[in-house]
Design a protein around this ligand. Structure first.
Ligand SMILES: *Cc1c(COP(=O)(O)O)cnc(C)c1O
Length: 718
């Protein structure tokens, strides 16, 4: 067992630092962050805020000193006491709301979990959502266990060459320095489960992450005794190799259920996050058959207790496997399962995906509670999956929606937290999903709000400059790339952030459609504008890599006077600085292609208004005064008119955004701008928090999926 306290021989007085480091509760508690910062600021920064690593590197002298420093000790005691009381209290929303009803944990299966940067096992929004759910579950006292994969190769780090070409660097996760612990069985040995894949038997072990009261289990095949190809299964997130992906998804779904059983965990509700996880339902049907149920009974039982969330609004985004390939990997599993192969294949069939087994179709048919992730996405999903319920009208297709939200204490700048504490009240965080509370945003003095907003922008620009300096020093950046890294950015200038995964549908280059018009905006000597880009392309997506090249070339173009920058290696760490530090959050995807989007929510809660196409969550949030809408109403088709959208964007910038930002009142403050900032905060925090979201999941989905309250309809009636 990794027992840091023993191995690290921490002084007894501060002996629980290692326990704290291994519970990611610290990531959203300012007191705990302060504690690690105080322990050794240089190492804290050097380790990118990874206390597990920090504790291994900090000098023994410093530890001894800290153990007798009254200021440090009082912070330590306050942190540990908050930690203990929060993790043990019964005074939670869930206890009062669901008293006695939730008989076991919700098991949340997800291909990625983004909790903290020290664990690079996520690629983007899907993982961020799963991570935010785990944290929120801990906060509201909802019992929840996560199940995912331990990608030991991690997700890639992005480097940008002088020509703007993305290269991918894989830095294997150092398991000793990650906030994870191996899972042991009751016999004191590494817990191992078995499963068959193709003609092989895989041994699977597991790791545990603590996230407050929530535990996440990560499956791992990289163990001695496994054939080479099996041991590589859990190496990497979203490989493009279809056979490997099928096996990964079997590992996650089937292996995940077996792991929970081996641990004696008895979930009351099973939540499949996106289609990748849906073999979880298959394994549970197999279990019911093994217990003697008929196939109808088995599938009805599984369906009744399953919640499925779909995240993809475009047909091509859904996981679908060629049937012959799936058969190859799953036949041995099916042979021993009592599940008829044809019946199984039928569950993954959907019109339009001939010869493919569609994981979303399979999940929709094996879960009774189904949802999309925004109101618009619910509608798009009902339209897309009408093929599965042809006998009902489109609006009656049984897929509802729960709009995503963000974990406020994770994404909010400490400086903003202080403002909210002062002007909304000490208990603001306990009540942060209450819209009434946010009326008090009015009372924040403009001067203080502006001061914080500017300070956060400076913090971002300093961080970018530091990164460029480090990259330059380490030889990872050429001198002529420094301009593109943001060396000439200016904190007094209106700063737009375009920060997201680079994918064609997100149209990162749309703002460059009319270069001369953009130059006039950016280079206006009295009212200049600067734009910060960041984002990774999927390694196999050549078209989107080319978009990075285009953007990068313009960032290096002296015609833009150093006012366009590209920050390499977008991840959770730099994401915090970006959502907190820019002035405006730009989002211009093709209509109906963004299921929800959450980065704009993170920005708004920090007082960074959203400038966006009315797609994803924005049609629900936009009220005319809390940001800006590019173009007109939510699109009615998948067609786009990029020129029209670009024109609308330029006009908004020219006529609204830029003039408003630079208009100062008698006190030198942009009071009109701050009105938008306050309105963004007031309208977005309560409604787009993960607290509101998870309460909805509990009330609208989980409660209905509990064993005693549901009355399943047999599958055959569908
Ligand atoms: C919030 C976040 C996302 C999701 O962003 P969207 O653009 O809204 O999908 C992706 N990656 C990181 C690192 C994030 O912090």
């Amino acid at each position: 067992m990794i027992n840091g306290a023993q191995r690290l021989s921490l002084p007894q007085r501060i002996g629980r630092l290692d326990e704290l480091a291994h519970n990611l509760w610290w990531t959203w508690h300012p007191l705990a962050r302060e504690l690690f910062r105080k322990l050794d600021y240089a190492i804290w920064r050097k380790t990118s805020h990874n206390p597990v690593k920090q504790l291994r590197e900090v000098s023994p002298d410093r530890l001894i000193q800290a153990a007798s420093d009254p200021a440090f000790l009082s912070l330590y005691d306050a942190t540990m006491s908050a930690f203990d009381s929060e993790l043990s209290t019964d005074n939670t929303w869930c206890v009062s709301e669901c008293r006695g009803k939730i008989t076991g944990p919700v098991a949340l299966f997800s291909a990625e979990f983004a909790i903290h940067n020290s664990l690079p096992i996520y690629a983007g929004g899907l993982g961020i959502l799963a991570g935010d759910i785990c944290k929120e579950a801990s906060d509201i006292g909802l019992p929840l266990v996560g199940v995912g994969l331990m990608y030991f190769r991690g997700y890639f780090c992005q480097r940008i060459s002088a020509e703007g070409y993305q290269t991918e660097i894989y830095l294997p996760v150092n398991l000793e320095e990650a906030p994870i612990e191996p899972v042991f069985g009751s016999d004191g040995r590494r817990l191992m489960i078995e499963m068959s894949l193709d003609n092989l038997t895989a041994l699977v072990s597991a790791w545990r992450i603590m996230v407050g009261r929530t535990t996440i289990y990560l499956l791992d095949t990289n163990i001695e005794g496994n054939p080479g190809e099996i041991s590589q299964l859990s190496a990497q997130l979203y490989t493009s190799d279809q056979g490997m992906r099928i096996q990964q998804e079997m590992l996650l779904g089937i292996g995940g259920v077996r792991l929970l059983r081996a641990l004696g965990i008895k979930p009351a509700v099973w939540h499949a996050n996106e289609g990748h996880t849906a073999f979880m339902m298959l394994e549970r049907i197999r279990e019911e058959l093994e217990k003697g149920a008929s196939y109808e009974e088995a599938s009805a039982r599984v369906r009744a207790s399953t919640v499925f969330t779909t995240h993809t609004p475009v047909p091509a985004g859904h996981d679908a496997f060629p049937i012959h390939l799936l058969q190859k990997y799953i036949h041995r599993y099916l042979d021993g399962s009592g599940i008829n192969g044809d019946t199984f294949m039928e569950l993954g069939r959907a019109n339009g995906w001939d010869q493919h087994f569609n994981m979303t179709a399979f999940a929709l048919k094996t879960a009774e509670q189904r949802n999309g992730v925004s109101k618009l996405h619910g509608m798009v999903s009902r339209r897309m999956w009408h093929v599965l319920w042809p006998q009902v009208k489109e609006e009656e297709v049984p897929i509802s929606h729960i709009t995503n939200g963000v974990h406020v204490p994770t994404w909010l700048a400490p400086e903003m937290q202080e403002l909210y504490e002062t002007y909304l009240g000490k208990d603001w965080l306990d009540r942060h999903d209450d819209p009434e509370l946010w009326k008090k945003v009015e009372s924040i003095p403009d001067k203080e709000l502006w001061h914080v907003r500017q300070a956060l922008k400076r913090k971002l620009l300093t961080t970018m400059a530091d990164r460029a300096r480090d990259a330059l020093t380490e030889g990872n950046m050429a001198l002529n790339q420094v301009l593109a890294a943001g060396a000439l950015l200016d904190a007094d200038v209106l700063t737009i952030g375009f920060v997201r995964r680079f994918a064609e549908y997100k149209r990162p280059a749309m703002i460059f459609q009319d270069i001369e018009r953009l130059k006039r905006l950016i280079n206006n000597p009295w009212k200049p504008v600067q734009i910060i880009f960041a984002g990774k392309s999927h390694p196999a997506d050549g078209a989107s890599k080319y978009l990075i090249q285009q953007v990068y070339a313009l960032a290096r173009d002296s015609g833009f006077q150093g006012r366009i920058a590209f920050v390499a290696d977008y991840d959770m760490h730099i994401s915090h600085f970006l959502v907190q530090g820019v002035d405006v959050w730009l989002n211009n995807p093709r209509r109906l292609q963004e299921a929800c989007g959450t980065s704009g929510m993170k920005a708004s809660v920090n007082g960074v208004p959203h400038l966006s196409i009315l797609d994803g969550w924005w049609p629900e949030a936009y009220n005319g005064v809390n940001g800006w809408a590019i173009g007109t109403s939510p699109g009615k088709s998948f067609d786009e008119n990029e020129t029209e959208d670009a024109d609308s964007l330029y006009r908004l910038l020219e006529e609204k955004v830029v003039p408003l930002y630079y208009e100062r009142d008698a006190n030198g403050l942009p009071s009109g701008w701050l009105t938008v900032v306050k309105e963004a905060i007031r309208s977005v925090v309560p409604a787009f928090s993960s607290r509101r979201m998870l309460k909805e999941y509990t009330r609208q989905m989980y409660i209905k999926a509990l064993p005693q309250t549901n009355s399943p309809t047999p599958l055959t009636q569908q």
